[in-house]
Ligand binder design. Sequence first.
Ligand SMILES: [Zn+2]
Length: 143
Amino acid sequence: MVPSLTIPKRSNTPVLQLLELVFPMHEFNICQNIVDSVIAELEKHDPVPRLLKTRVVIGKLRQLVPEYLQFAYENLTKETLAEGSTLVIIQKPVIGKCVACGWQGEMGSSGFGCGKCGSATAEIIAGRELYLESLEIEEDDDE
Ligand SMILES: [Zn+2]
C-alpha cells in the first residue's frame, strides 16, 4: 500500500502559458507582434545580423506598462534570432489640438480638455502610436 500522503503536484504548465497568466494579455500579445516583426526583419539579411536593440515607439494612450513589455520581450526573444537584445521603449505623449482656439499641446494632466481655453473640443492628434522604430545591429566590418 502506498501511503496516502498528499503531495502537491508540480505544475507542468509550459512557460508561455504561465507568462500569459502573470501578464496582462495585452502587453504579451503586442510584444509577440513586435518580436515577430523583428525576427522577420532579421531574416531578410544573410547572414543574419546580431541584434543589439529594438526600439519601439508607444503612445501613452496605448496604456501599456513598459515593465511588462520589457519582461515579455525578454521571454519571447529567448531562443530566437533576437535573443539577448534589449527593448528600448520610446514613449510619446498624448498631444491634443483645440478646435476652438487652435492650442496644441500635451494632454493628460488637465484631463482631455484644451490646456489654454478649457474647451472640451480638443482633438487628439498624437498618442496612439505603436510601431517599430528601428533595430540596432552589431556593426560588421564586411560592409
Ligand atoms: Zn482651446
